[in-house]
Design a binder for this molecule. Structure first.
Ligand SMILES: [Zn+2]
Length: 270
């Protein structure tokens, strides 16, 4: 590629770093962080359980996606039905996020290198216009979700920034899932085996701890269902495995061992 077609690498690098820093966010205590990339489905990322932590949750959204669920779960319903964003809103916010992220990292540095101030200001004006449209679409959706005007504008306004515009699509998803129990969201997005592992671990903690947050899953499912989940053997069963962890269901070839994730003694197959 001819050198004049390339953006200024230093400016591109700084702008890419600023987009990345937008993704450095707080994950609440006991929050569940889900990530999706173009080559993977949704996956659960591990989160330190007993303290609020900052994590790089977004990496160049909307190319990759992140969703934070609060495991404290069953919130009071603010509205009778779940309001999905309209299809055109999802498509518009996704494309404007993609154009915004690629634009600020590649097009703005290229235009400023090639056309000077005129290139810089015109491309920035275009991205800011795109950001305003995105912010208005997200704001209107949040208002339909009954968020107060001040809160909705506080969430939507940062999307005007070309560094943050890519988060719009994740915000639509986050507020669509806001009133759903995490179990319902995880069941919808995770592969069945991953969902079963999450459910077993969560139910185990609920039954064996006195934490109010944990116990909500028991209130949701009922104690008998929780006992049944814990008494079920992990499925599918690895033919070489001699036992399994009673908490997470991981299977092990030796039973005289501790689970690498939970530290519990591996239980032999019944
Ligand atoms: Zn385990």
């Amino acid at each position: 590629m001819a050198a004049w077609l390339l953006p200024d690498p230093e400016t591109s690098g700084v702008f890419a770093l600023l987009v990345l820093l937008e993704g450095w966010r707080r994950v609440p205590q006991s929050g569940i962080l889900l990530r999706q990339t173009p080559v993977s489905g949704w996956q659960r990322a591990s989160v330190w359980r007993d303290r609020t932590s900052r994590r790089l949750i977004h990496v160049f959204p909307p190319i990759s996606s992140a969703l934070v669920l609060e495991s404290g779960g069953v919130r009071e319903k603010r509205h009778a039905a779940s309001h999905r964003p309209r299809m055109w809103e999802v498509i518009l916010v996704w494309f404007s996020g993609l154009i915004g992220t690629l634009g600020i990292v590649l097009v703005v540095p290229f235009a400023s290198l090639r056309f000077g101030w005129a290139g810089l200001l015109s491309t920035l004006a275009l991205l800011l216009t795109l950001g305003c449209v995105t912010a208005v679409v997200v704001f209107r959706y949040l208002r339909r979700m009954n968020l107060p005007r001040g809160r909705a504008s506080g969430i939507a306004l940062p999307l005007i920034s070309p560094f943050a515009i890519g988060r719009g699509h994740d915000l639509l998803r986050e507020y669509r899932c806001h009133d759903a129990h995490p179990a319902a969201v995880l069941r919808a997005v995770l592969p069945p085996a991953d969902f079963r592992a999450w459910l077993r671990t969560t139910v185990y903690d609920a039954v064996h701890s006195s934490r109010q947050d944990d116990y909500q899953i028991v209130e949701l499912l009922g104690m008998s269902s929780c006992q049944r989940i814990l008494s079920e053997l992990p499925h599918p069963r690895d033919s070489d495995a001699e036992g399994y962890c009673p908490r997470c269901g991981s299977q092990y070839r030796v039973i005289d061992a501790l689970c690498a994730d939970c530290g519990l003694t591996v239980r032999a197959w019944a």
